[in-house]
Design a protein around this ligand. Sequence first.
Ligand code: ATP
Ligand code: MN
Ligand code: MN
Length: 308
Amino acid sequence: KPASKKKPARGGPARSTVKLTHPDRVYWPDAGVTKQGLADYYAEIWPSIAPYITHRPLSLLRCPSGITGEQFFQKNAWKGLNEAIVLVDDPSTQEVEQLISIEDLDGLTALVQSAVLEIHPWGSTLDAWEKPDMIILDLDPGEGTDWQAVIDAAQEVRQRLADAGLAAFVKTSGGKGLHVVAPLAPKAEWPDIKAFTKGLADAMASDSPDLYVSTISKAKRPGKILIDYLRNQRGQTAVAPYSTRARPGAPVSAPLAWEELSPAIGPAYFTVLNMPTRLASLGTVPWADFRKAAKPLEIAPAGKKKAR
Ligand code: ATP
Ligand code: MN
Ligand code: MN
């Protein structure tokens, strides 16, 4: 049925033409999610995840035997890759090893076929490798931190981004924390983006030293939250919105509306099992305006204050 390729039938999920081997292989034993189940999840939510994982270099967490077996990160091409996976050359290096990207649902299904259980994209696209189109502040709570404190941290990051003229969106990590993400019009390059996010994280840590730390060496302090800005460097990644995590319960990194943040919704609340229903029942998805809200990061020249 060539007509059904990639185009969703009205009201139905998108379809991939990539064939899965061993569709009954169990990836998340505790949640009962198989390879076929994972492919079905991505087909159902394809329009929601597509903007965040296509046309970017990807770092992939592969788990050939599911979440209970061996896990390894892979960012370079490997032998036997499906042709739906697009190999790209990093324009700035002489690296002979090609990086991995996808452009469509066939590409994503090919990742599922290769036992990719987590998708970690770059914060820049193949159209502008040096100019990120998003900023990610990764909030990592130390042992014993109240979830409300993580929510408060996300709100503070949001306010500080607003002060810099940027819109902010929030998602669960699917692990232990929250990610605050600001869409950018690609303009400033990686070193400026890193400096800006370091400044933001350092300011939070120095204004509230009892709550926040901004250096990895002080991370995992009980009760404190690491404002991890180090995702914002060339070649670094963070897990994609709607990507699954290779952790018990088949959690996904879930975009939320700011009003939804509450102690009732923990970092791994949304999963492969409940996300499709959530998206189907919501009128508009939480990050519908993500790309529309993008603004360039304006770097103030040293010594000058920006008029407001
Ligand atoms: P959590 O909420 O549990 O912190 P997380 O996804 O934010 O989940 P982190 O440990 O904070 O996990 O890592 C942030 C990001 O750094 C990851 O999402 C991933 O993209 C990247 N990362 C971490 N470890 C590796 C690794 N070994 N190889 C490649 N990328 C990694
Ligand atoms: Mn984190
Ligand atoms: Mn982190």
